[in-house]
Design a protein around this ligand. Structure first.
Ligand code: SAM
Length: 291
């Protein structure tokens, strides 16, 4: 019979049994609320057809529920001390899970999806260590992993940043990058009391549903994201100063002002006022002129 871990008693029992101590450097805050765990899995839309990649299973609290709902689960955990707990204890009851002891940022997920899911779109579910949220999410999008959706627990501010549009203080390069690749939706906010140990920040679960085609057409994605990053690197500067000040891009003031005009934008506009569509149009004009 399987013992679910989603409560303080069963979590502490496992931690004590193995003398496990939390490692701050790995962002270890384990969920201790089964309702929250089940809600995340439900919002991820996991079914018996699905292959799920879980990043950072911890002691396997959410992995257990994923194993019960999915066809197959691969869980990638960096902390080698957790591997025997997962393999010999908390996940030993399940025969549809593989635990990999690896840094997810070093893992070839394209290969993983080919081997386990015929390169069909996979679902990623994770309660992430907050300091690697952006590299993980951007890595998944940019590496062309076949992706259905990413459903992840993140710091609440980061969830906000991912889903806002122009004219808000949270709007920035991350918002635009996420919204180019996926439809973001915050599906749950989670109080600190649902974790052990308690984090100092509020958390939220955001679901990113991968678009089949991006909502805007960028002829040169690299150029568009270069312009976006330059615009927000110095967000209080006008675009003519921030973008043209970026030597790497090699865009002259003259060229930029001309392109802005063509988009009906003022030469004194700031990046934070532009929509994704406007960044795409601007970069397409500059790209066509061989910038
Ligand atoms: N999923 C568990 C839960 O909800 O209780 C644990 C969540 S905890 C916030 C994050 C987990 O990710 C930890 O187990 C940590 O060791 C692991 N982790 C941290 N950095 C990682 C990395 N680069 N690759 C894989 N796992 C990582």
């Amino acid at each position: 019979n399987v013992k679910h871990l989603g409560n303080p008693t069963n979590t502490i029992e496992i931690l004590d049994k193995y003398g496990f101590s939390f490692q701050k450097k790995y962002g270890q805050n384990f969920l201790i609320d089964e309702n929250v765990v089940r809600k995340i899995v439900r919002e991820a839309g996991v079914t018996k057809d699905d292959f799920v990649l879980e990043i950072g299973p911890g002691i396997g609290t959410m992995t257990q529920i994923l194993c019960e709902e999915a066809r197959e689960v691969v869980a990638v955990e960096i902390d080698k001390k957790l591997i025997p707990i997962l393999e010999n204890d908390t996940l030993s009851y399940y025969n549809n899970v593989t635990v990999i002891n690896e840094d997810v940022l070093k893992l070839d997920i394209v290969k993983l999806a080919a081997e386990h899911n015929n390169s069909e779109p996979i679902k990623v579910v994770a309660n992430l260590p907050y300091y690697i949220t952006t590299p993980i999410v951007m890595g998944l999008f940019e590496s062309k992993v076949p992706l259905d959706s990413i459903t992840i627990m993140v710091q609440k501010e980061v969830a906000d940043r991912m889903q806002v549009g122009p004219g808000t203080k949270d709007y920035g390069a991350l918002s635009l990058a996420v919204q180019y690749y996926a439809k973001p939706q915050v599906v749950l906010t989670v109080p600190a009391s649902c974790f052990m140990p308690r984090p100092n920040v509020d958390s939220a679960v955001i679901k990113l549903e991968r678009y089949k085609e991006p909502p805007v057409k960028a002829d040169n994605e690299k150029l568009m994201f270069g312009i976006i990053r330059a615009s927000f690197n110095q967000r209080r500067k006008t675009m003519t100063n921030s973008v043209c000040g970026c030597a790497e891009l090699g865009i002259t003031k003259e060229k930029l002002i001309e392109a802005l005009e063509e988009c009906n934008l003022s030469p004194t506009v700031r990046g934070e006022a532009l929509t994704l569509e406007q960044f795409a149009k601007l970069s397409n004009i500059l790209n066509a002129r061989g910038t």
